[in-house]
Design a protein around this ligand. Structure first.
Ligand SMILES: Cc1cc2nc3c(=O)[nH]c(=O)nc-3n(C[C@H](O)[C@H](O)[C@H](O)COP(=O)(O)OP(=O)(O)OC[C@H]3O[C@@H](n4cnc5c(N)ncnc54)[C@H](O)[C@@H]3O)c2cc1C
Length: 407
């Protein structure tokens, strides 16, 4: 497609990944991000698969690996902190042929954003207010900035996407709540530290975990089954902290001490665990990418990689097509069933993530032990960690139709 002016909402992972390829194809990209500045750090994610391959294709793998951690063990502990089961993380590395790392979500976003930032315009601290499409383009108004026209608008603004709400309808029309609430934060100087080990404590329906990072930082993750946290505003920090004290205050292990550390941080990540399932991700001149269109939830352990895959295919189809709607339709055709498949698989994984019953917890602990035995690991993980799709090989910046091949 000839040079287009493209507005992307959201400087998370999908937005910068998409911008990276669009700029390569010669388009003019404006990125609008709600937060006042770029957010690095945050909860730790596992990263592998085709998203990992694409980051390598972008030439960014060395920086991603540098920001990452080689987790050695997943350790399940009891109330007294004694190990009751453990999993050697080599199981995952073997299943992914060593192409696997764990890193803070915001650091993955930062590596991609830094690579493209000098070539685009970024507006921090603003958000799209209205979008109005016509035959020639899209008229956009902002919360703060002046109105402007673009050739297309892409919503890469996450689970609670504003672009989705404006163009496709309320979140409730597309949200599939998976029955859990998640909270995460990180802090300095927490003791004890257990290097390279993900330490996790659970009772039926509740899970708390910590992971020691560089510079004396520790990140914490909590998962809670049930409806209780569902309606709490994801931006109300006081409500989050009060809820966490009520839910985890008397749970044992290090929970009281972790909650004390939580009280000292200015805010935490707090949200319901949901997926976004949509029949279509596009209109004529607006499309969604990443969590905004097909959030698989943290249970997939792959949302970041899927956001990167989405950005690559969307940019590639924009490069190939002659109109935005043609590009969007192809993008959806290539990825829709793949994303749905990932979502269904993630939903199936939910019961073992934070088991709701004592039996479920017992079963999860046994399974964790069994995964250390290569035969069981192969049966359980097998090829389930691999992405069963061949991505097209795009040529950016040229008007030719290249062959489809495996990357
Ligand atoms: C606790 C937890 C653990 C996870 N673990 C993993 C894992 O192990 N592996 C993995 O691959 N994935 C994991 N994920 C999922 C992963 O984080 C997401 O799938 C991924 O971040 C999606 O990228 P995105 O760019 O689509 O959305 P996001 O990363 O959410 O980025 C959206 C961006 O849009 C901005 N934004 C929001 N609203 C607006 C607005 N109105 N205007 C402008 N900007 C806006 C946000 O500030 C943000 O910068 C996990 C998620 C959670 C919550």
């Amino acid at each position: 497609m000839k040079q287009q002016s493209i507005l992307i909402s959201g400087a998370g992972i999908a937005g910068p990944a998409l911008a990276y390829w669009l700029v390569k194809d010669g388009h003019t990209v404006t990125l609008v991000e709600r937060t006042p500045e770029f957010r690095a750090g945050g909860y730790v994610i596992d990263f592998w698969g085709l998203g990992y391959e694409l980051v390598e294709k972008m030439g960014l793998l060395p920086e991603v690996i540098k920001a990452g951690y080689e987790v050695k063990e997943l350790r399940l502990v009891n109330k007294q902190g004694r190990k009751i089961a453990g999993l050697n993380a080599d199981v995952f590395r073997t299943a992914t042929f060593g192409r696997y790392t764990s890193l803070p979500r915001g650091d993955l976003a930062r590596v991609i954003y830094t690579a493209v930032a000098p070539k685009i315009e970024t507006r921090f601290g603003d958000s799209i207010k209205t979008i109005s499409e016509d035959t020639d383009g899209v008229a956009v108004t902002f919360e703060h900035g002046a109105p402007q026209r673009f050739d297309m608008v892409i919503g890469a603004d996450g689970l609670h996407s504003k672009v989705r709400e404006l163009m496709f309808g309320p979140e409730s029309d597309f949200e599939k709540f998976l029955g859990y609430t998640v909270a995460a934060f990180d802090t300095d100087g927490y003791e004890p530290r257990t290097e390279d080990t993900y330490v996790s404590y659970g009772v039926p329906g509740k899970q708390a975990a910590r992971f020691a990072m560089r510079d004396n930082r520790t990140t914490f993750l909590f998962v809670l089954a049930g409806e209780d946290g569902r309606d709490i505003d994801p931006h109300d920090t006081d409500a989050h902290k009060a809820f966490m004290h009520k839910a985890f205050g008397s749970l044992g292990w290090e929970c009281p001490q972790i909650l004390e550390a939580m009280d000292r941080v200015p805010e935490l990540y707090f949200d319901r665990v949901s997926q976004i399932r949509m029949p279509t991700w596009h209109t004529n001149r607006t499309a969604l990418v990443g969590d905004a269109g097909y959030c698989p939830s943290l249970l997939a352990g792959q949302g970041s990689a899927l956001a990167i895959i989405g950005g690559y295919v969307l940019a590639g189809e924009i490069a190939r097509a002659s109109t935005p709607s043609e590009a969007f339709a192809r993008y959806e055709e290539i990825l829709h069933s793949f994303m749905l498949h990932k979502q269904v698989a993630a939903e199936g994984f939910a019961p073992s993530f934070a088991p709701k019953t004592a039996f479920g917890l017992f079963f999860r602990n046994i399974s964790t032990r069994l995964l250390n035995i290569p035969f069981f690991a192969k049966q359980a993980l097998g090829s389930s960690l691999l992405d069963k799709i061949k991505l097209p090989e795009y040529t950016f910046g040229e008007n030719e139709t290249p062959e489809t091949e495996n990357i």
